[in-house]
Write a protein that binds this ligand. Structure first.
Ligand SMILES: [Zn+2]
Ligand SMILES: [Zn+2]
Ligand SMILES: [Zn+2]
Ligand SMILES: [Zn+2]
Length: 330
């Protein structure tokens, strides 16, 4: 389309750039006129093309009662209160007494305490919602929840693997992608007998009825030469250290005994934890939680395959007092 249309053939030109005469922003916001040749950005002074960055937003939710009057209408400023502090809309104020408690309505608008109550009521989804946490948390408590959340993603830890996920996600990932063995204990407090190969490896332990938790069992060789190696077995709970503090706490009892001997035979070894330690990267290298293991000498290995016979039990330590237990732990 040529000149001579609605623009009258006139080109709107930006005023000449001059430090003493910046172009008003309105010039830039004019809609282009049909037939007009777009004003080249290069023709405009630098001040005129600055675009305001979008202001950050956060989506919060509130319980409906925070936003509604006792008459169920949405509250709209100015908001008043009865003598007992119930918030009321202008229409209810005209009635002279509170619908809820019948007391007189004070002629004072809401004060700072109402603002504080509001700030304590703003809630947002847990930052780890996509990892399975369904909690909503008070906005200003988000950091505290993030540190303690049981769904906090943890790295797989296997060399070269970038996967990170909640303990539950890691359970599926390690079992499928890395073919880790998964054994399921028949509930907390109930032992499971299992035989693991005398090979350096890590295995997964789940507990029936609790598909949110994951435990890792490590088998390491402590040296001693072929056929004479001592094996080190340890267990940890797969979770972030913040989630450990938040509880619940667990303890673990591992037991091994000489092959062919009764459980009452004195030649057995027991490993019992005070509180189970955390493992934050189940596939990672040697870790602190493996430093005080159950030792299994070669004489305790079973069968031609030289397996390690174990009985494993995981107990929940009083979940109502995790902080007190932690404080009492050495
Ligand atoms: Zn009302
Ligand atoms: Zn009232
Ligand atoms: Zn959470
Ligand atoms: Zn992995």
């Amino acid at each position: 389309m040529g000149e001579g249309t609605s623009s009258g053939g006139k080109k709107r030109k930006a005023p000449p750039a001059s430090p003493s005469c910046p172009v008003p922003a309105a010039v830039v916001k004019q809609e282009p006129v049909e037939g007009d040749v777009a004003v080249a950005l290069a023709d405009l002074p630098v001040e005129a093309v600055v675009v305001e960055p979008p202001r950050p937003r956060v989506n919060v939710s509130l319980y409906v009662r925070m936003l509604h009057c006792e008459c169920l209408r949405p509250l709209e400023p100015p908001i008043f209160k009865c003598e007992a502090g119930h918030r009321l809309c202008g229409r209810c104020r005209g009635e002279g007494h509170c619908r809820r408690c019948g007391r007189d309505i004070a002629s004072v608008p809401c004060g700072p305490e109402d603002l504080e109550e509001l700030f304590d009521a703003f809630r947002v989804p847990c930052p780890f919602e996509r990892y399975g946490c369904a909690s909503t948390v008070v906005y200003h408590d988000t950091d505290a929840h993030r540190a303690a959340c049981a769904y906090a993603p943890l790295p797989c830890g296997v060399a070269g693997c970038p996967f990170a996920g909640s303990p539950r996600m890691l359970r599926g990932h390690l079992a499928v992608a890395h073919c880790w063995r998964l054994d399921t204990l028949p509930g907390y407090g109930n032992p499971l007998a299992l035989r693991v190969p005398s090979e350096p490896a890590r295995h997964l332990l789940a507990v029936e009825g609790d598909d949110r938790r994951l435990f890792v069992l490590s088998v390491r060789e402590l040296g001693g030469g072929a056929g004479r190696a001592v094996w080190a077995v340890s267990v940890a709970c797969v979770r972030a250290s913040g989630a450990t503090v938040a509880g619940p706490q667990y303890k673990c009892i591992l037991l091994t005994q000489a092959p062919g001997k009764a459980a009452t035979d004195g030649r057995r070894a027991i490993w019992e934890t005070d509180l189970l330690e955390s493992c934050e990267a189940p596939g990672g290298g040697a870790a602190a939680w493996e430093e005080d293991p159950l030792l299994v000498p070669p004489s305790r290995l079973s069968g031609p395959s030289k397996g390690i016979d174990l009985r494993v039990r995981i107990d929940v330590v009083d979940p109502t007092a995790p902080a007190a237990l932690l404080a009492a732990a050495p």
